[in-house]
Design a protein around this ligand. Structure first.
Ligand code: ARG
Length: 297
């Protein structure tokens, strides 16, 4: 089922089948990263403004942070003329079947024509590694931007799905058909928060970091039903520093853009350990930590 409002029938995410947390972190080199077009509001004043050297340093520090947290880091090379390819959370949705343990990916259908040629590079990467690769059925209209909008509930076979800007609600019916897991679909309301991972970061099975202003009433009700604790990021940190584009790979450490001081304090109060990193060059393109890696099993 795809749920857009809380209902009696809503299965609580922690009562869905258990699913290990993914350990493989796929990163893409910023070799060809740049801002050359504008497809989200954050890019508007930043065409040509990326410092490539600094971007490399920031990316290397991110890769080192994942290695230090014992993630199994895999690197895909960036490709010329695909400046957003570094945001490798967007081209696929990896999954693991909790019963058969099959691992695979659902390929995205990018909303922006500028990003469509990125997808085959990730298809090749996953095919070579023996993953099952699925495309969305041809009769389903609409776009889908992978783990930018579709996020697994930590430790469980249930998905949180953002829709409205990059992903269409109808697509979640198709994904539900492919993966057979409940999907809690959240409408996104504010163009600064165009992907779900810009306003929601699921930290552990009970806790999420979020910016409430990006959701409508139904979405907020679903989030309240699905998590025992919601840590709120203040508007300035969420909007300009991508505080909610943080990532918690191990239910403890939270990799987050540096300078999110209020969010960091709230994370510490909730029992997490913030790991601040500078992703300043990537913020110019409208992305930070969460979009710069893909977690797979
Ligand atoms: N410039 C990219 C875009 O607009 C940034 C993507 C960031 N990724 C993310 N998951 N939020 O598509």
């Amino acid at each position: 089922m795809v749920y857009t409002t809380p209902s009696e029938a809503l299965p609580h995410p922690t009562r869905t089948p258990a699913l290990s947390r993914p350990q493989k972190a796929v990163l893409t080199t910023p070799a060809h990263f740049d801002v050359t077009y504008v497809i989200n509001p954050h890019m508007a004043d930043n065409v040509g403004a990326v410092d490539t050297e600094v971007a490399w340093q920031q990316w290397k520090a991110l890769r080192a942070a994942y290695t230090a947290l014992d993630c199994d880091v895999h690197v895909v090379d960036g490709v010329p003329d695909l400046p957003d390819m570094v945001f490798c959370a967007n081209q696929t949705l990896p999954y693991r079947d909790p019963e058969t343990h099959e691992t695979g990916v659902v390929l995205s259908r990018m909303h922006a024509p500028e990003r469509r040629d990125e997808v085959p590079h990730y298809r090749d990467f996953f095919e070579k590694q023996g993953y099952a690769v699925h495309t969305l059925p041809d009769d389903v209209q609409g776009s889908f931007e992978g783990m930018g909008d579709a996020i697994w509930h930590p430790g469980h076979a249930a998905l949180w799905g953002g829709y409205g800007f990059r992903t269409d609600l109808d697509v979640y019916e198709a994904i539900q058909g492919l993966l057979n897991v409940p999907i809690y679909a959240l409408h996104l309301d504010d163009p600064d928060f165009y992907h779900l991972d810009t306003c929601l970061s699921v930290l552990d099975a009970d806790t999420a970091l979020y910016y409430p202003g990006a959701f409508d009433e139904d979405g907020l009700a679903l989030l309240n039903a699905g998590f025992d604790a919601l840590v709120e990021a203040p508007e300035d940190e969420a909007r300009s520093l991508f505080a909610c584009n943080a990532h918690c790979p191990d239910a403890e450490h939270v990799l987050i853009q540096e300078g999110c001081t209020v969010t960091e304090a709230r994370l510490r109060d909730a029992g997490f350990t913030p790991v601040p990193l500078d992703t300043g060059e990537f913020l110019k393109a409208g992305g930070s930590v969460f979009c710069m890696k893909l977690m797979a099993w």
